[in-house]
Design a protein around this ligand. Structure first.
Ligand code: TXA
Ligand code: MG
Length: 334
């Protein structure tokens, strides 16, 4: 299969491009598209055979359910069987945006989407291209991140092609995605609600709307807090192809590896990066957690392409705003 790449304007996507992509989805094909978090690999969520193609293209285990993307809360209610009292205030506050709600699934959602389970993850993306595509296809779109299973999520069209060129029909290329990390996933089928995956919407922002939620476990990049409970939350995930270590005071580790002749990629903060040892492939990361999140996967893709022997990451600060970054670094380092 030849994969087409179609450039689109992220703020004012061309209607003809969206119509063409919508037709591919309506006829069972696969289209990668930008969201405000990462690029997704989309198929018609109500077409089981089309969704099976997503699993085949990614090499994704059938046990890992896929998020359903819809245009608004009314459409979210069509793919869900129950809409608990906490769902509406969350939808009002965070949609369109990077929050996925796990709810009982409606009968119209095929089993392949939910990995055979009784619940479905649903969200309204905030990116103009994503919303335009949902409307053009006139259906809900099932979309995991557009990468080969377990590897780094794509934040640019080039990243999508690294893993999926020749395996999908089309990539809508609107450049770098603004958010850079995947959506927050929260399970609303239990009480209190349970955070399954930290993301750009933070736990405290959610708690400000619905009160306390059961915290996410297993997000300490330098430790081991035990198993997570979301089916897709494998310990090693979101990972580059070489070993990655995350530690504070990482400079001495980098220097030691350099002395041993290793080619080291070093993700550290701007001040330290300016005085990096000669020969290190250094990436200067911003100290703001939003900016750090936006650039993290692009930095990991770049070091992956450079084929360094090892990636050393300076441990970011603690705190709610860094929870998603810690979670992804933890999974990348196993
Ligand atoms: O930002 C995002 O969420 C991106 C964009 C494309 O929307 N999508 C994404 O999809 O990251 P994916 O498949 O890479 O990650 C979805 C996560 C997985 O950890 C999966 O297990 C979980 O959401 N998930 C999906 N449906 C679920 C369900 N019914 N119950 C529990 N977890 C679910
Ligand atoms: Mg993914």
């Amino acid at each position: 299969m030849k994969t087409r790449v179609l450039p689109v304007d992220g703020s004012e996507p061309d209607a003809a491009a969206l119509t063409m992509a919508g037709r591919i989805l309506a006829s069972g094909g696969l289209v990668a598209f930008p969201t405000e978090t990462v690029y997704g690999l989309g198929a018609n969520a109500l077409d089981a055979a089309a969704v099976e193609r997503i699993f085949a293209a990614k090499g994704r285990p059938a046990t890992n359910p896929v998020i359903v993307h819809v245009a608004d809360a009314a459409d979210a209610r069509r793919v869900t069987a129950l809409w608990p009292a906490v769902a509406q205030p969350l939808a009002d506050r965070f949609w369109p945006g990077p929050l996925t709600l796990v709810l009982p699934k409606a009968a119209c959602v095929p089993d392949v989407v939910t990995a055979g389970g009784p619940t479905v993850g649903v969200r309204v993306p905030a990116h103009r291209v994503a919303l335009g595509l949902i409307r053009a296809a006139d259906t809900a779109i099932a979309a995991p991140s557009a990468n080969v299973s377990l590897s780094i999520s794509p934040t640019r069209a080039e990243h999508v092609l690294r893993g999926l060129d020749g395996r999908i029909d089309l990539v809508l290329d609107a450049g770098q995605t603004p958010g850079g990390l995947e959506s927050t996933v929260i399970d609303l089928t239990c009480s209190p609600a349970r955070l399954l995956r930290p993301g750009l919407v933070t736990q405290s922002e959610i708690e400000a709307v619905i009160g306390s939620v059961e915290a996410h476990v297993n997000s300490d990049p330098s430790g081991d807090a035990g198993p997570a409970r979301s089916p897709g939350m494998l310990a090693r995930h979101y990972a580059p192809s070489m070993p990655l270590e995350c530690r504070s005071g990482s400079r001495s580790r980098v220097e030691a590896l350099m002395r041993q002749g290793e080619r080291v990629g070093w993700l550290t903060f701007m001040g330290e990066a300016n005085a990096a040892p000669a020969g290190v492939r250094v990436v200067a990361m911003p100290s703001d957690p939003i900016d750090y999140s936006a650039g993290l996967y692009a930095a990991l893709h770049a070091l992956d392409i450079d084929q360094v022997d090892r990636i050393i990451v300076e441990l970011p600060p603690a705190g709610d705003a860094w929870q998603a970054v810690h979670d992804r670094l933890s999974r990348a380092s196993r």
